[in-house]
Write a protein that binds this ligand. Structure first.
Ligand SMILES: Nc1ncnc2c1ncn2[C@@H]1O[C@H](COP(=O)(O)OP(=O)(O)OP(=O)(O)O)[C@@H](O)[C@H]1O
Ligand SMILES: [Zn+2]
Length: 683
């Protein structure tokens, strides 16, 4: 347990940005670990409030709406519903999943701004900013694109370069242009309210660098480098019409900066939860015995460790985060996950395509979470972890224990008799498991916690394999009773200890063992199931995932790759102009392939016999990697018949088959849309 004993925990998970669905990167980075921790604390009977919601403001949403010709509200409605629903199906146990377009959020964030404004926290500054005369709009954040001063990437945004990750302001961009019209913007005066981050530098150094040395090294390190680089005042308002209106005089047509309002969304969500449940929200944010934890990915560290705490500190009545266990990034099959490039495994698609495998995804994402460095998700690893860990270890052990208990004792838990060394060793492991798992959990090392958990299943599996009750049952039935009793105690412990990681499986196991609700404090015991207790029939917890299922998913990603390449490839420029006379010199006919065979010692060549209508001739064609000989007999092709014959690999080729070359290099025949008579001219 954490050193300080807190009365309650407020756990926040980064608000997903409602311009796309949730993918496995989001899950591994934020939502799966946050959910594991929330469930774990609930099992420890802690007062936990787990909040999240959709972040529905900001420029990326307005830009997307514009591009699709719909309203921003339509965009956020669509994704909010999709995201909320898919989180629920994965068993992410938010106490509330809210959204920042709600009235309560507009009120809460607006009030916070006004309070700080009235306290004189903000600096009001008029400056020249980029303006697009054609669209009649100031160009904030992503509305402006230009060349990154740090890495020369020519598609950097006004707030950030996605290539090198540096945070930017529009004035730093080289060759700025409007994302709306593509025009070169002009400079125009506008007034904004700045939060003087520089005034909080000393306080932040003290609070984080001195006070929170226990934070994960990736988080602490990033904070230190921000602080060492020196902080600058940051504008907390924008010239936009989508967002929370700035509640002060002279701010017409302006909204709050999305990173000002979004984290306040955690507070608004808490208020909404309190209203719905007839509870008081304030203790969860203002009581000093509340432990506030922010689960986020690494690109959100500055906002949650530096900017938002400074705002809360400026207000003065809120608790500050006690820890921010941010993760690094998950990649997919060797490439950065990207919403715009569709390079992702989307949660809502996964749930549909691999039904009933919610826990498998949770397991794999936790086992492979990018806790200390970026990590890669591969479908091959997904399959291996399912088949050799969940099925072969956990599932197999449970199945053996439950099936044998039903077979030998009609499902009634037998009594333990005399204990031997192997029993004592195993019982010791049961006793130690909860503490080991808890220790890793408390340190936010969920991969390690999961591996401790699966080790207990491994212990159970090995215990049965070593004691072989199925061999002993005839000669020593008394001994088998003890073995099965201990096996079942392990199973019962796994049901409780596994709940944070694998909630659906845990529920199935609880049902199978016919257990009452058990909390964490009772685990480690070998009396979770008393002798005489009746369990239910065995049900498989996991099933093997076959190659074809994985292949389908891999193919889907391959298709995305090809689609992206197609999108990016520009057709080669036209060749030099020719006359009609040049063109008619070529005699192109439709021919029918009569025979096809591989050319010996050549990977590329097929030897074809083609009926050209004029004659039946031999043509060598470099298509062996694109067509199988047996598949093309009878197909019609276009053939240049008056090309001078050539010897290729000792064979004479009389003419040339015309091929279309796709951007990925695959070759396809150019064929008439219906069968025509061989020898028909093409002109
Ligand atoms: N590949 C990833 N690995 C780990 N965490 C991620 C990944 N992508 C996003 N996150 C985290 O998920 C949370 C929600 O992300 P958000 O909705 O802001 O999307 P995003 O960062 O814009 O991602 P994308 O551009 O892929 O949509 C953030 O805390 C972010 O850091
Ligand atoms: Zn850059």
């Amino acid at each position: 347990m954490p050193e300080k004993k807190f009365d309650r925990h407020t756990i926040t998970a980064a608000l997903p940005y409602a311009n796309g669905p949730v993918h496995i990167g989001h899950l591994a980075g934020v939502y799966v670990p946050a959910d594991i921790y929330a469930r774990y604390l609930r099992s420890r009977k802690r007062d936990v409030l787990f909040v999240c919601g959709s972040d529905e403001h900001g420029v990326a949403i307005t830009l997307r709406a514009r591009k699709e010709g719909v309203t921003p509200q339509e965009i956020v409605d669509k994704y909010h519903t999709l995201i909320k629903d898919s989180f629920e199906k994965l068993g992410i146990s938010f106490d509330i999943y809210s959204r920042t377009s709600n009235k309560i959020h507009h009120e809460t964030s607006s009030e916070m701004f006004r309070e700080l404004f009235e306290k004189g926290v903000f600096e009001e500054k008029t400056s020249e900013q980029y303006y697009d005369e054609q669209s009649k709009q100031f160009l904030a954040d992503r509305y402006i694109i230009g060349t990154c001063p740090n890495c020369s990437y020519d598609q950097a945004y006004g707030d950030q370069c996605e290539k090198c990750g540096s945070s930017l302001s529009p004035s730093e961009l080289i060759n700025p242009r409007s994302a709306l019209s593509g025009d070169k913007p002009v400079l125009k005066e506008t007034t904004h309210w700045y939060f003087p981050m520089n005034d909080y530098e000393n306080w932040l150094r003290q609070w984080i660098l001195e006070g929170h040395k226990e934070w994960k090294s990736n988080v602490y390190g990033q904070c230190k480098s921000w602080l060492d680089g020196g902080l600058m005042p940051r504008a907390m308002t924008r010239d936009l019409d989508w967002g929370v209106k700035v509640p002060v005089k002279g701010a017409e047509g302006k909204v709050l900066y999305v990173w000002f309002d979004a984290p306040i969304g955690y507070i608004s969500a808490t208020k909404e939860w309190a209203l719905e449940n007839n509870r008081d929200w304030e203790p969860y944010w203002k009581d000093e015995n509340t432990r506030l934890l922010h689960f986020i990915g690494k690109d959100n560290i500055v906002f949650h460790c530096i900017i938002f705490p400074s705002i809360l500190h400026a207000d003065g009545s809120y608790v500050l985060p006690d820890n921010v266990p941010a993760n690094e990034f998950l990649n997919l099959e060797g490439n950065k996950i990207s919403t715009s490039k569709n390079w992702a495994v989307w949660l809502h698609e996964y749930l549909e395509e691999l039904p009933g495998k919610e826990d498998v995804l949770r397991y794999v994402l936790c086992a492979n979470a990018p806790e200390t460095k970026d990590n890669d998700f591969t479908w091959k690893d997904f399959q291996t972890r399912n088949n050799s860990e969940l099925v072969a270890i956990f599932g197999n052990f449970i199945n053996r224990s439950v099936v044998l208990t039903n077979k030998y004792y009609d499902g009634v838990v037998p009594e333990r008799g005399e204990l031997y060394d192997i029993d004592h060793d195993t019982i010791k492991k049961i006793k130690e498991a909860p503490e080991r798992i808890a220790k890793s959990m408390e340190a936010f090392r969920f991969r390690e916690a999961l591996s401790e958990f699966i080790d207990l299943a491994r212990t159970g599996n090995k215990y049965l394999a070593d004691t072989e009750p199925w061999k002993l049952i005839k000669e020593n039935p008394e001994r088998v009773k003890t073995i099965m009793n201990i096996g079942l105690q392990i199973a019962a412990n796994l049901a409780v200890l596994g709940e944070p990681f694998l909630p659906y499986t845990s529920q199935k196991l609880v049902d199978m063992l016919n257990m009452d609700k058990v909390y964490w404090d009772k685990t480690g015991s070998i009396d979770l199931l008393t002798s005489g207790h009746k369990i239910n029939k065995a049900e498989l917890l996991f099933e093997k995932i076959e190659d074809d299922v994985i292949q389908k998913q891999v193919q889907k990603l391959e298709n995305t790759k090809v689609a992206n390449e197609l999108e990016n490839v520009k057709a080669a420029p036209a060749k030099d102009e020719i006359t009609f006379d040049d063109f008619v010199k070529m005699d192109i006919r439709v021919g029918t392939i009569l025979e096809a065979e591989k050319v010996r010692k050549s990977k590329k060549l097929l030897k074809l016999k083609v009926d050209t209508g004029i004659d039946k001739r031999t043509v060598l064609s470099g298509i062996a990697e694109h067509y199988a000989p047996e598949d093309i007999i009878g197909q019609q092709v276009s053939i240049l018949v008056n090309l001078a014959p050539r010897k290729i690999m000792g064979e004479e080729s009389q003419g040339m088959i015309l091929m279309a070359e796709n951007v990925d290099g695959t070759l396809r025949f150019v064929q008439p849309s219906e069968v025509v008579k061989p020898g028909s001219g093409i002109s």
